[in-house]
Design a protein around this ligand. Structure first.
Ligand SMILES: NC(=O)c1ccc[n+]([C@@H]2O[C@H](COP(=O)([O-])OP(=O)(O)OC[C@H]3O[C@@H](n4cnc5c(N)ncnc54)[C@H](OP(=O)(O)O)[C@@H]3O)[C@@H](O)[C@H]2O)c1
Length: 407
């Protein structure tokens, strides 16, 4: 039992050292004049993570990584001393050799010993999108080349998730379908507040006007129709974040026409647009920065008193769960409860409030954004998503499987 406690304290000490590193990093960007070496670190790399020159790289190690590691060693020492006064144990001290390891590596690199950067700065093609809890190369790439005032995590993403800096919307071109609807307009207003450049994808040839930053603004728009998604290929190529939000509710109808429209609009057109968008993601920069947000609704797990609406949203939700297993970029799901709109006049939440929560949670890198008044959804949806994702992972393949040979 004693050993287990010590291992737990050791784990806490290592997490604390990483948080000290991230807080220092955040300070370096808040007060750049106090941390001039950090600027050299940013200057040392090109977009493909190759060094600008060995001289600049070594200078960056000496002026940024060595002082950073010294801070970590001091922080780990103070933590071990302070915690030992309270709960005696050797586990607290583990942060010290952990931090000293970084100091020795930074010293060696600054002297030209060792030819590799640390793992978050290594060149080469990205194997997948930014990860959620641990910093990988695409995640850190965004800090260097997408937006330096976000993505401060060095190893863990915890600080970014607390600060809301795990996604920067600044200057991002964000296309929103169903743009003239209640949630569409509310989302566009929130995106404008965040410094994004929204693009309205709408099926109606009329202006999309939203009120944001205290004034009415007409949003640039592209008119599209269900079934003609391929016409949007050129537009989607230019987009950083695609928000698939259009939808219909045929309420209690079960006519062939109702089946057709709910399947086409709610599931198939969203699916076609998603695949078109994913097909355009090829470079490291695109893998690191592009995202899709799919508004599937809490009808994925809860009744919406509209069977065809539920069927179409569940179909889309399952396809997204499967596709997320090896998608080239981040795909978020929006799992929303009832809010007031033309589609749901009885909704109890407001579209504006829901949109603000969506953006706040996306900035904290929630991949499944659940916003509802139904407490069951907060339990049922994660269970459903995890179990179905595991099932799909076990019983489907990325490659076309070889058919069994005839006996
Ligand atoms: N309201 C709720 O309680 C609730 C709950 C969970 C999820 N949702 C989902 O949230 C999303 C937005 O819905 P909302 O509540 O804001 O409803 P809304 O105000 O009716 O907006 C839906 C928008 O979807 C687009 N659309 C409708 N029919 C279309 C068609 N045949 N082809 C192409 N686009 C079409 C329209 O936008 P354009 O005219 O700009 O194309 C329409 O304004 C939907 O996907 C909905 O399922 C809603």
């Amino acid at each position: 039992m004693g050993l287990l406690w010590e291992l737990l304290w050791a784990g806490v000490a290592i997490v604390a050292v990483e948080l000290i590193r991230d807080c220092r990093h955040w300070l370096a960007h808040r007060f750049p004049k106090a941390f001039p070496g950090h600027y050299v670190h940013h200057r040392a790399y090109r977009q493909d993570w190759s060094w600008v020159s060995e001289k600049v790289y070594r200078e960056a190690e000496w002026r940024n990584d060595v002082p950073e590691a010294v801070t970590l060693v001091i922080g780990a020492g103070v933590l071990a001393w302070g915690m030992n006064l309270w709960i005696p144990g050797w586990g607290w001290g583990v942060g010290i050799p952990y931090a000293v390891g970084f100091l020795l590596m930074a010293l060696a690199r600054s002297q030209g010993i060792g030819t590799h950067s640390d793992f978050t700065h290594l060149p080469g093609p990205f194997g997948g999108p930014p990860t959620q809890w641990f910093v990988n190369r695409p995640y850190h790439w965004r800090h260097h080349f997408d937006h330096g005032q976000a993505y401060f995590g060095g190893t863990l993403t915890v600080l970014d998730r607390i600060l809301g800096t795990a996604l920067s919307l600044k200057d991002k071109k964000v296309a929103v379908t169903g743009a003239s609807g209640s949630l569409g307009r509310a989302l566009i207003a929130c995106l404008l507040e965040q410094g994004a450049k929204p693009l309205a994808l709408t099926s109606q040839d009329r202006p999309v006007i939203v009120r944001a930053k205290g004034e009415e603004q007409e949003i640039p728009r592209v008119v599209w129709q269900v079934g003609a998604e391929v016409d949007l290929l050129g537009t989607l190529r230019e987009v950083d974040i695609l928000i698939l939000n259009h939808g219909v509710n045929v309420y209690g109808s079960r006519t062939p026409a109702a089946i057709d429209i709910s399947t086409e609009v709610n599931a198939l057109s969203q699916w076609r647009m998603l695949e078109l968008f994913l097909s355009q993601i090829k470079t490291n920069a695109e893998i690191a920065t592009k995202e899709v947000w799919v508004n599937t609704s809490e009808a994925e797990v809860s009744p919406a008193l509209s069977p065809l609406y539920e069927i179409s949203k569940r179909y889309l939700g399952e396809l997204v769960t499967l596709r997320r297993l090896d998608a080239p970029c981040i795909i978020r799901k929006l799992i929303l409860g009832p809010f007031k709109s033309a589609l749901n006049p009885y909704g109890v939440m407001s579209a504006e409030w829901v949109a603000r929560q969506i953006v706040a949670l996306a900035k904290r890198d929630f991949r499944n954004i659940v916003i509802t008044i139904n407490p069951l959804t907060y339990v049922l949806f994660p269970l459903k998503e995890l179990s179905h994702s595991l099932y799909f992972r076990l019983f489907s393949r990325r490659e076309t499987p070889t058919p069994p040979s005839n006996p």
